[in-house]
Design a binder for this molecule. Sequence first.
Ligand code: BTN
Length: 243
Amino acid sequence: MRIIKLDAIDSTNTYLKKLSGGGNAEDGLTVVTSLQTNGRGQMGTVWSSQEAKNLTFSVFKDASFLNIKQHFYISMAVSLAVYEAVKSLGITKIKVKWPNDILSDDKKIAGILIENVIKLNVISGSVIGIGLNVNQTDFTGLPAASSLLLLSGHVNDLDEVLTIVLKQIDIHFNYLKEKQFKILKARYESHLFRKNKPSTFKDAEGSIFSGYIVGISDFGQLMVKIEDNIIRSFDFKEVVLLY
Ligand code: BTN
């Protein structure tokens, strides 16, 4: 598995997308950098990360055994991979905030940006970008963020953590290949942040409402129980969990 190490780049996702042009790259090809000058988050947000303190990398995975309707299973597999990786490093109280933020003790320690290449209803390849806060301790202006160091008290070697995460991604992509969708979904739901807890949401129209997260649909939608017999399902971009 080839790993390209760069001192600085705008965004490892942007770089790997170009490199794998059209989804034809070697499975597992990885790009990691010490500094991103234009790190991208979900929904057009910015991902900032202190130079050389954290992991910012992207990995290309062959996903040609999945069709577009199954795209959320990639999200589940990668979330679970990061979950297992940080757990093996001694982190506790880990939750997955839909769709794929990794939290510990209610603070975000990793973000995931997945950009798929689609050809004729098939996901020919997936560029999986991960920002994992490892050794950063100053999160001024980001009160909801944390790092492995802040949570565990241990400084981690970035190369070692990268190896652990990549191994977990391989393991979880094998589950995808074996079509173990039910197991992946059950595990993902068991780690879901604020599941069955009274929560407040904002929908795409800006309306605030209360409900309980009850699970994830087969297509990756967030299912929220609004009233006794009413469950609403939301696509990504249609709802924000406020608290
Ligand atoms: C999010 O939580 O909004 C997703 C953040 C994803 C950040 C990673 S860092 C490596 C890769 N390159 C990017 O530009 N973004 C992802």
